[in-house]
Design a protein around this ligand. Structure first.
Ligand SMILES: [Zn+2]
Length: 140
C-alpha cells in the first residue's frame, strides 16, 4: 500500500493540505509517524498517481478508508460516494460539534465519510481536546 513518492511530490501534497490530514484535519507535525500519500481512487480501481488523485492522509483515516470510495446507505438503498478532498470543499461536507472535538457530517457524503474513516476515533478526540487548550485546534 505504501509507495515511494519523490520529496518534491510529497512536499507539494503536504503544503497543498496545509500539513493536515485532508479528512480528519489532524496535523502531521504533531503525529509521531509520517502521514500517507493516499490514492483517492485506489490503484486497484484504476486510480492514477496524478496530483488530483492523491491526498495527504493520517494513517488512521487511510487505514479505515483502504480501497473504498463509497458506503452503502441503508436509508436510501444507494451507495454514497465518500468525500473527495480534491473535488470537494471540507467545510461544505463537515463541521465541528459545539465542543470542537468531533467532526459532524453536514451532508450524506460527510456523514458517511465520518462513519467509514472513523474520523472521531477516541484518541483523536482526546488530542483535539488537549490542542484546544493549547490554542492549536480547530484549524482556522
Ligand atoms: Zn485523518
Amino acid at each position: 500500500m505504501s509507495k515511494y513518492y519523490s520529496k518534491s511530490v510529497r512536499e507539494f501534497i503536504k503544503n497543498r493540505a496545509e500539513g493536515r490530514c485532508e479528512y480528519c484535519q489532524w496535523f502531521e507535525d504533531y503525529t509521531p509517524g509520517p502521514f500517507n500519500i493516499e490514492h483517492i481512487l485506489p490503484s486497484v480501481q484504476g486510480g492514477t498517481d496524478s496530483l488530483e488523485n492523491l491526498a495527504f492522509s493520517c494513517s488512521g483515516c487511510n487505514g479505515h478508508k483502504s480501497v473504498r470510495t463509497s458506503v452503502f446507505d441503508e436509508n436510501t438503498g444507494n451507495y454514497i460516494l465518500i468525500y473527495n478532498p480534491q473535488m470537494q470543499i471540507w467545510h461544505e461536507h463537515f463541521t465541528w460539534d459545539s465542543t470542537k472535538t468531533k467532526i459532524l457530517g453536514r451532508t450524506l457524503t460527510g456523514e458517511k465519510t465520518v462513519e467509514l474513516l472513523q474520523m472521531n476515533r477516541p484518541k483523536l478526540v482526546r488530542l483535539r481536546k488537549a490542542f484546544i487548550a493549547l490554542g492549536l485546534h480547530p484549524p482556522t
